[in-house]
Design a protein around this ligand. Structure first.
Ligand code: ZN
Length: 366
């Protein structure tokens, strides 16, 4: 058993958490230390349910987008990383084997194209979408595959326009899993994509600064975007190398449109060279824009757990999985860079300090 003592939640309430293996067994203002129990004094640091990054690329064997789940995961305060379609049916089995020894929890959206992102244009040939292969993968790895990914931008779909999305939607009608749709340059047009999406479908790269984005040429949010959000389409940040603009996110915020979930779209190159770096840097960009710390935390805990259907994740409750992130809100001296090269400075923000994941406690080296 492990007792986390002297913590506080984001509202400043005292909190102590007793953990038995992978479960939370008690939460209270003060918990008496049981016998044979490891104790960690949090010294008033904040605790939240473990952070979930629902758009990453962490399959290590492909050349375009790759990383090590632990380097983008528990070492940065993220207890669950979700790979967003790096692998399709061809490689999902190897991916599943590779993650078994990782300390971070790893889940995956399976790419609708069987070869995954071996090249940028996986949907330029519609024959790459094979429903039977997707179904077999899901039957086999049903605790690993939590959704289906389709990338809908010009460089990916070639001459196929909107058709790959129609095929992916058709498949998810039968395979009842969330669909994550990447958006970017047109064709296809964003409004044609959004028009096909329903409650629970996820759009990632929502604040990209490309021409085919959520704002019209006067800077107003396109009505179809607001409609889709009202219908329950989930808006995910998906920062990535090319897909986060301070200007777009700030403009949306000023017009009362916030994203629902915060993800990084992190992989080796944008981690090492920027502009992504890690999850807390991405969270701090929204802090700069004006999102509250509490809203930001929800977007990396409760919301992604809900959207992905992860039961017992996302909230600190007795009986839930004991994945926990321990962090501070502290003085920083950070220059934040978006995908357009625009910089902002921030002198206060999130800094992860430790995690509990799969029942084990780890301090985070700064
Ligand atoms: Zn991605």
């Amino acid at each position: 058993m492990l007792l986390l003592k002297n913590g506080q939640d984001i509202s400043g309430n005292r909190i102590e958490i007793l953990i038995d293996g992978e479960s939370i067994v008690s939460i209270d203002e003060s918990i008496e230390t049981p016998t044979h129990c490891e104790v960690v004094d949090l010294n008033q640091k904040y605790v939240s349910s473990g952070w979930i990054d629902m758009h990453t690329h962490c399959y290590g064997r492909l050349k375009l987008y790759y990383d090590d789940p632990d380097l983008i995961g528990y070492r940065t305060g993220v207890t669950t990383v979700v790979d967003a379609g790096t692998t399709g049916a061809d490689d999902i089995g190897t991916f599943y084997q590779d993650i078994q020894e990782k300390k971070t929890r790893v889940l995956a959206f399976i790419n609708v194209a069987h070869q995954g992102i071996k090249t940028q244009d996986e949907l330029s040939d519609l024959a790459n979408i094979k429903e039977s292969m997707i179904q077999e993968s899901i039957d086999r790895y049903n605790d690993f595959i939590i959704g289906i990914k389709v990338r809908m931008s010009a460089s990916v779909v070639g001459n196929n326009g909107i058709v790959p999305l129609d095929m992916a939607k058709d498949i998810t009608q039968r395979i009842k899993l969330p669909l994550m749709v990447h958006i970017g340059s047109n064709p296809p047009l964003l409004i044609d994509i959004l028009g096909r999406l329903e409650a629970g479908d996820i759009v990632t790269h929502i604040f990209n600064g490309k021409a085919n984005g959520i704002l019209d040429k006067h800077g107003n949010i396109i009505p179809e975007v607001l409609d889709a959000h009202r219908r329950g389409v989930v808006f995910d940040l998906g920062h990535g190398r090319d897909s986060f603009s301070f200007k777009v996110a700030q403009s949306a915020f000023n017009q009362c449109l916030l994203c629902d979930t915060i993800s990084t779209d992190i992989y080796h190159d944008n981690r090492v060279e920027g502009p992504v770096r890690n999850m807390s840097t991405t969270m701090n960009k929204l802090l700069k824009i004006g999102y509250s710390p509490r809203a930001i935390l929800d977007m990396v805990t409760q919301k992604p757990a809900e959207v992905l259907g992860l039961k017992r994740f996302g909230t600190l409750e007795v009986g839930n999985v004991s994945d926990i992130t321990i962090f501070d809100l502290e003085e920083l001296d950070d220059v934040l860079v978006d995908s357009m090269g625009h910089t902002e400075t921030l002198n206060y923000g999130f800094k992860p300090k430790a995690v509990v994941v799969k029942g084990a406690y780890y301090d985070i080296e700064s």
